[in-house]
Design a protein around this ligand. Sequence first.
Ligand code: HOZ
Length: 429
Amino acid sequence: MYEKSKLLFDRAQQSIPGGVNSPVRAFKSVGGTPVFIEKAKGAYLYDADGNQYIDYIASWGPMILGHAYEPVINAIREKAAYSTSYGAPTELEIEMAELIRSMAPNIDMVRMVSSGTEACMSALRLARGYTGRNKFIKFEGCYHGHADAFLVKAGSGLATFDIQTVPGVTAGVSNDTLTCAYNDLAAVEALVKQFPNEIAAIIIEPVVGNMGCILPKAGFLEGLRKICDKHSIVFIFDEVMTGFRLSAGGAQQLLKIDADLVTYGKVIGGGMPVGAFGGKKQIMEKIAPLGNVYQAGTLSGNPLAMIAGYTTLQILKNSPSIYSELEAKTAYLEAGLRKTLDASGTPYTINRLGSMISLHFSGQPVIDFASAASANNELFKQYFHAMLKRGIYLPPSAFESWFLNNALSYADLDRTIQATAESLDEILA
Ligand code: HOZ
């Protein structure tokens, strides 16, 4: 079933570390051979052996409209005829910035970069440059890309592979990274009291996707907003996963909370390498060439990346029904999974908001990293492989959110629910 993938994986390991260009793709924690993808269309992935899968990772978030979405592909094709990069400004970059501002109105200015990592790294530097302070608070199990400062108690691949400290990240850097449990407002208050006038920023995934999907408790984000206002701390929303996915205005709009700086990635690029950070004018003006907080990029605002992102965002902005369709489909999947899991008698928790959802094999509420980590993740590994065998491609880790795309049909969702029933029967027999 996976013969060609196995050969490709053997070959890949000769010249690519671990055979993959990003660790989360390696299936290392679930075991087995990663399937090598040849093509994708709509809601389906096709591997090198010709197997078809219903896709629940959507490239880890970006492909909200489905794969090879024609208006996006056509726009890229048309743009490519005019060259693939200029390293000089274009009108399209202005249009992109204006479109982002129209969708997230508290963003006065925005700078385009090429990844979510770059966006978060730059936003943190900017917050430090703006406040003249060094320390910042992040939450255990949140992942803000792989810049040094963020690799402390981080989620995603670091949680998956249980990497507690990262060789190469100096103590000097990580000493300025303060951490609290997600949803623990009292712990944040204590840190702010312990380090008066030293904390530049609080950065958070407003809805977490990097330890599975975890929702903020009522009042948690509002409480953080108040702390930031009171202590002149820059409040950064990492909307790399939630941006333009939970609503056209992202988590800010859905949860009705404005951050001071927001970072984007994934959906903003429509499947091309794009990130962005933006926010209040008085902060963004500190960025070079207006200010001295230096940040740059040869491929920032790249025309192919911009047209893919611009076309995707235009569609999302002009078709609000996409969000209600995605909400309805994900709620349908959730209800079907709950029914199936209830019938199996397995303890479980499902967390969901909009089109982000995750299943934890735990009878306890999953509200932070400790509760995500204490789930039966061995069972998740078995479930992952049983589903893969049935043509359902889930994230190969319990520490990742599933992302739905709008090309999924109700028949696909029914197949997924049925595959879950069969998988549980097989595993629990
Ligand atoms: N944020 C993504 C997964 N949690 C990143 C994907 C990757 O690291 O390749």
